[in-house]
Write a protein that binds this ligand. Structure first.
Ligand code: DGP
Length: 116
């Protein structure tokens, strides 16, 4: 059984977060350390530690993460200018919180992908 992270507490609203969307499969909230004018995290309600742990049964949830990203980008007014979706995996990928999350970044030109 994977160990819970702070994101499980955000999903259950046990700690404060600026939640912008929640349904039966996913939750989205603003990143505490925004790297762009719009920076949100879209996460599954189910604890999946890394992209390596995604199972076939999670496909509907993964699809929901994308449709919610699209909806939030529209609501945020960044859809036409464009935005970036990022999922980091494990140490070399720069993952810090081991509950998978899709970063939705936009609101300024982000330039080419940079790697640290
Ligand atoms: P990553 O490096 O891909 O694991 O990104 C983790 C992100 O999670 C990072 O951008 C900061 C954000 N984050 C970490 N803890 C919290 C928190 O307690 N609240 C919110 N809103 N964001 C958090």
């Amino acid at each position: 059984m994977a160990e819970e992270t702070i994101f499980s507490k955000i999903i259950r609203k046990e700690i404060p977060a600026d939640i912008v969307y929640q349904d039966d499969l996913v939750t989205a909230f603003r990143d505490i350390n925004p790297r762009a004018p719009s920076h949100m995290l879209i996460i599954p309600n189910k604890l999946i530690p890394t992209v390596n742990d995604i199972e076939a049964e999670d496909e509907a949830t993964m699809g929901r993460m994308f449709t919610v990203a699209r909806k939030l980008a529209e609501e945020e007014g960044i859809a036409d200018d464009g935005y970036r979706l990022i999922m980091n995996c494990n140490n070399y990928g720069g993952q810090e919180v081991y509950h998978i999350h899709m970063h939705l970044l936009g609101g300024r030109p982000l330039g080419p992908i940079t790697v640290g």
